[in-house]
Write a protein that binds this ligand. Sequence first.
Ligand SMILES: [Zn+2]
Length: 383
Amino acid sequence: MALPLLFSDAVMRQHTIRKAVSLEGVGLHSGKTVRVMLAPAPADSGIVFRVGERGDAIPAVPESVVDSHYATTIGKNGTRIQTIEHLMAAASGLGIDNLEVRVDGTELPAADGSAKPFVQMMLAAGRMPQSARLRPIRIPHPIGAGGNGRWIQIVPAETFRISYTLDNEHPVIGTQVLSWTPTEESFVAEYAPARTYGFLKDLGFLRKSGRALGGSLDNTIVIGKTATLNGLRYSDEFVRHKVLDLIGDLALLGGPIAGHVIARNAGHALNFELVVAIQRALGLALDNTIVIGKTATLNGLRYRDEFVRHKVLDLIGDLALLGGPIAGHVIARNAGHALNFELVVAIQRALGLDRRAALRAAAVSAVKEAAEALVPARRLATT
Ligand SMILES: [Zn+2]
C-alpha cells in the first residue's frame, strides 16, 4: 500500500475510505457525548469537518486553526471543533487524504485518549485509492520555532522522520527520547495507541477553567505523585503521545513531508507555529506561481479560470514563432509547449515557402488583443 508517511519519489496516489463509519464517545474537554461519522470524500478535497449534516465545511488546513492550546481547534463563522489531532494523526498514519468528518457536537470523542479507536474505525471502513496524485511537501531549508528548552525544527530530508525529546522533572516521566522513521505498521502498533496524559495535581485547575471535563481514567493517563493511576501501554508512552500529536498537527499541511522533525518539549502551540512557518517557507514561491494546495490555491486566483488562461498565454507565445498574425482558429485540449511546437512546425510545413507572405496577408489583430487580456495569468505549480 502507498504510504504517505513513508515518503518516496514513487508516484503515490491519494486515498479515501470505502464506506461511512461512526463512533460515539465523550469529549475530553467538554465532557459531552458526541458522535463522529467518517465518510468517503473526492480526490483533492482533503479532510473536511462539519458540525451536523448542513454545517459549514471546515477544511483541516492551517487557515482553519483558531486555537492550539491543550488541543487543536478549527473553526469557521463561529463554529468550532475541538481536539481534532488524534483523528488527523490516524488519517495521516494510514495514508487517508480525503475524508468527510461529521460531528454532532463541538469536540471529537476522546475515545481512549489515543488515536487507536480512529485507526480501527478507518481500517473498518477500508481504504480506497483515488486517481489523483499526492503532493509531497519538500522542506526547502531548516525551519524552526520556539527556544529555551521548548522548541521544534524541521530540516530537509529524503524521508519523513521524527526525533523527539520529552524532558519533564516529574519522576514518572523523566527524560524520554526517540527517533523514528514512520511506517504504517509501526504507527498502528507503537504510536497510535499512546494515550493523552495529565497530572492529578492539575485536574482541579483544569476543571475549574472548563477543561478536561470529560477526562477520566478511561481516556487519560493520570500521573500521581510516584506512579500513574492507570498503568502504561509502553514504558515511554508519554513521548510517543507527543509524537502522535505532532503527526496530527503536521497533517494540517495536507501532504506527505520530506523532512526530519527534531523537537524538544513542544506542544500543539509550537507544532502549529512550525506548520505556519513551513507554509510561509513554501510560500516564497507565491510571488510568481499559483501554488495549488489540497483544497484551494495558496495565493488566490486572478481569474476563476486562470489555469486555462495561462495555457492560452503559453500557446500565443509559441505561435509567435511563426512570425506573423494568424488567420485560424486554434482548438486544443491539454496541450503543452511540446505539442504547441509540433503545431508550429506542421503549420510551417503546410505553408511551405510562402509562409511569411501568407501569414502577413492574413493579418488578424485578435491575437494581439487576446495576448493583452491574458498577460496577467500566472504560471501554476503544485505544492
Ligand atoms: Zn493528544
